[in-house]
Design a binder for this molecule. Structure first.
Ligand SMILES: Nc1ncnc2c1ncn2[C@@H]1O[C@H](COP(=O)(O)OP(=O)(O)O)[C@@H](O)[C@H]1O
Ligand SMILES: [Mg+2]
Length: 508
């Protein structure tokens, strides 16, 4: 609700605020914001008012001066925020434009397989216990594409040169990601592999206790890789359950002012709240279903949709996960129900859930909704320690809530560990990974053989609110080219491995 206030009233309010502050200063009773409960008064506490207080009272408590300084910052930053948003919306018009040379990466990444072949040949088990990439595997290539490596190399080259001639694409031609998806479709049709999967979505929850380990980076990069660089076009839904909105702010389409386009629609926390309020009647269940579907938005990456988060941090403080009744509890399967509702209308091959650090209601719901958990770990002492504590807390706090309540609630079938921000030159990290490999051998965690190296591409992209698949034009310059390529290679490997494993499981 907005209330319009006339100029006289404004002056009046300002005067009221001044009198309130003056009273508190004179009587030295102001020590925190709750001393003055009218929020509007704090809005008037600026440098001018502090000066006036100093003149009339002689003394202004340090608390008030601190508040004034912070409020000044708060107000000044409004303009900066608007400027940044505008800037992002402008560079976003460049996003998703990829050079012709990158078409190969998207169609059949023979450079990636050549790289794997070479790495395999050079790998010396004795010298280095750590294999940082998957093995070159000819049979996997045949499973995924229908042909061996040498044939695929020829096929993709002749496809691109034929299409270039027909469509008059020169070397400097850039493609929008939407075009890439279409070209891929034609290419896969030419291979006789234009399958459209009818399988239910596979839900991967990216979840670890620690913050800053790269959960959001992995979610975004893997989502793009599955949609753009796996063996065929996959439809992906990213669910952001972190109120810090890393995935949301990176993926949303923005309008020309830089603001999120979807502002009017529901976010994941709204759906959680609505879920708890939904009565078990046909009518309200169907309204809830509609709400779930309407909350999904398209993103800057084609074939990737988003169920956005908002900055609503209060959901996690208000709710706990449990089978109990009442407004404080939310059933463990809430997100599962929401995703089922969404999938009734939209087909997704993969759903990736990005979570907030630590064990909160939103993270627990995300965990319960997953078919698989992807845990992210940085190979440093403190991170391994916190991962160890996480495993313990999951065993003691989280799993029992679920198991003891209803047998119908399930935990993810698989839990895998991805090492992120690996320093390739560091012997210490090498040995941490070797020790981890053997320590995890008989545990529920499987260590992925694709290790994500530390990369400037990751930091550059997150500074631009972009993913490695749609960086702004000016970040793809010479210096950044190789790290970006290397990150894309790693996540392509991950995507191929995940899709291949699933293909084998489903006996296709
Ligand atoms: N492989 C990587 N190399 C370099 N920096 C990375 C890598 N992965 C993540 N980062 C950086 O680390 C920071 C935290 O990553 P983020 O994905 O936001 O972590 P989380 O979601 O676990 O809190 C970000 O600034 C991100 O750019
Ligand atoms: Mg995050």
């Amino acid at each position: 609700m907005t209330v319009s206030v006339s100029c006289e009233e404004l002056a009046d309010l300002r005067e009221q605020a001044f009198q309130a502050f003056k009273y508190c200063c004179k009587n030295s009773i102001i020590t925190n914001t709750s001393t003055i409960t009218d929020d509007r008064y704090w809005g008037y506490l600026d440098v001018g008012m502090v000066r006036r207080l100093q003149e009339e009272c002689g003394y202004v408590p340090p608390y008030v001066i601190e508040q004034a300084r912070h409020l000044k910052t708060f107000n000044e930053l409004n303009d900066v925020m608007a400027l940044i948003s505008k800037h992002f919306s402008q560079i976003r018009t460049d996003y998703g434009e990829v050079p012709r040379s990158l078409l190969y990466t998207f169609l059949y990444d023979y450079e990636l397989f050549d790289y794997l072949k070479k790495a395999d040949e050079q790998f010396d088990e004795k010298a280095s216990g750590v294999r940082t990439s998957i093995r070159f595997d000819e049979s996997m290539i045949i499973d995924l594409y229908g042909f061996d490596h040498a044939t695929m190399k020829k096929k993709v080259k002749s496809f691109v040169s034929k299409a270039s001639k027909e469509n008059k694409w020169n070397n400097s031609k850039r493609f929008h990601l939407h075009e890439v998806i279409q070209i891929r479709e034609t290419f896969f049709e030419s291979l006789g592999r234009a399958e459209t999967s009818s399988q239910a979505a596979r839900v991967l929850t990216v979840y670890t206790q620690k913050g800053g380990v790269g959960k959001s980076h992995v979610t975004l990069s893997l989502a793009g890789a599955l949609a753009l660089a796996s063996s065929s076009n996959k439809r992906v839904l990213v669910v952001d359950t972190d109120y810090q909105q890393s995935c949301t702010s990176t993926l949303v389409k923005r309008n020309l002012d830089g603001y999120f386009e979807y502002r009017q629609s529901l976010c994941v926390f709204d759906l959680f709240r609505k879920y708890t309020e939904t009565e078990p009647t046909l009518e309200s269940l169907s309204t809830f279903k509609e709400d779930c579907k309407s909350a999904v938005v398209e993103t800057v990456i084609p074939n990737v949709d988003l169920l956005p988060a908002s900055s609503d941090s209060s959901f996690d403080t208000q709710f706990s996960v449990g089978a109990g009744q009442g407004s404080k509890f939310i059933k463990p399967n809430a997100l599962k129900v929401i995703l089922d509702n969404i999938c009734e209308e939209n087909h997704y091959d993969y759903i990736l859930i990005d979570t907030r650090p630590d064990i909160h209601a939103s993270a627990a719901l995300s965990y319960y909704a997953g078919d698989e958990q992807l845990a992210i770990l940085k190979p440093t002492g403190t991170d391994v320690q916190s991962f160890r504590n996480f495993a313990r807390r999951m065993a003691i706090d989280v799993i029992p809530t679920l198991i003891s309540n209803r047998s119908e609630y399930t935990t993810p079938q698989k839990s895998r560990l991805i090492i992120n921000q690996f320093l390739t030159q560091s012997q210490v990290q090498d040995s941490v990974v070797t020790i981890l490999q053997s320590a995890l051998k008989n545990t529920m965690y499987e260590l992925m053989d694709v290790i994500v190296p530390n990369s400037t591409a990751a930091t550059t992209c997150s500074a631009q609110e972009a993913t490695i698949w749609n960086p702004a034009k000016n970040t793809t310059g010479k210096d950044d080219h190789n790290p970006l390529k290397a990150q894309r290679r790693v996540f392509s490997q991950l995507a191929l491995k995940i899709t291949h494993e699933r293909m084998m499981e489903e006996g296709k």
